[in-house]
Design a binder for this molecule. Sequence first.
Ligand SMILES: Nc1ncnc2c1ncn2[C@@H]1O[C@H](COP(=O)(O)OP(=O)(O)OP(=O)(O)O)[C@@H](O)[C@H]1O
Ligand SMILES: [Mg+2]
Length: 272
Amino acid sequence: MGFGLNMGRVLIQNLSREFIERRSARRVANANPDLSQGDRLLVLNSINLEFQDGELVCILGPSGCGKTTIARIIAGFDFPSSGKVLTDGKEVRGPSSDNIFVFQHSGLLPWMTVRENVCLGLRNLTDRTQILKRAQEFIDVVDLTGFENHYPHQLSGGMQRRAELARALVINPEILFMDEPFAGLDFLTRLKMREEVVNMHELLRKTIIFITHDIDEALSMADRVVVLSDRPAIVKMDVKIDFPHPRDFHSDPNLEDLRKGVYMELGVHYAL
Ligand SMILES: Nc1ncnc2c1ncn2[C@@H]1O[C@H](COP(=O)(O)OP(=O)(O)OP(=O)(O)O)[C@@H](O)[C@H]1O
Ligand SMILES: [Mg+2]
């Protein structure tokens, strides 16, 4: 048990991951140069990173570079081919539902209300009053007060994401993984959700590992932005974003420069 202040600290040391492709992959070997040398696909190439406890880290990178893979390894759902990952100073050996919870857009259970969905995470508690009190606390944090008895289909897309967020938070994870959680939401809802995550993070100070394709989303939210290269992924950029919220790119030249730098790293030369 870690009682220190570093429970959400993540240390990634020389992490590499390669996947062994099965025989059927040979057929596409000519079309896919990654496989032409054989059946191995190197995805992560000696990654070194360190995230502090309570940091909101955004991971950016081109599609297929290994963002989900790296998150899955930190969460213990996949494993390194070489190198290692430590959370709270201990090597990750498998998933830990006690202090790590992976939040994806996996959906709420449609036959349960918001309250029942959020209470799902508290199955290990027995005191009904306690369970309801705690669920309510997080329903309030994500601003769904008044919608406790609604079913998922009665909520908007953004509200559904917030209910999922409450369900993850109620477990009190040390590290929260969010893998493109706003995919499919409209632009205005995304803006609102960014703000909600930043507010929630300021309130709870959990380590959040947030994966996105959206550069502005990363820069408007993160304490740290990590940019991965094309596969096999190396760390192209790892910067602390020490700007207060809310962030306005256009009125802060330093932030605007940083933004241009990230666009350049990702191969985009005209950031609008
Ligand atoms: N279990 C697996 N077996 C074989 N190959 C895999 C496996 N998981 C991932 N890969 C491969 O690893 C590469 C990286 O996948 P990953 O899902 O981590 O990318 P990503 O950066 O999250 O992409 P996206 O932005 O599209 O979500 C892909 O080429 C994928 O095909
Ligand atoms: Mg992914």
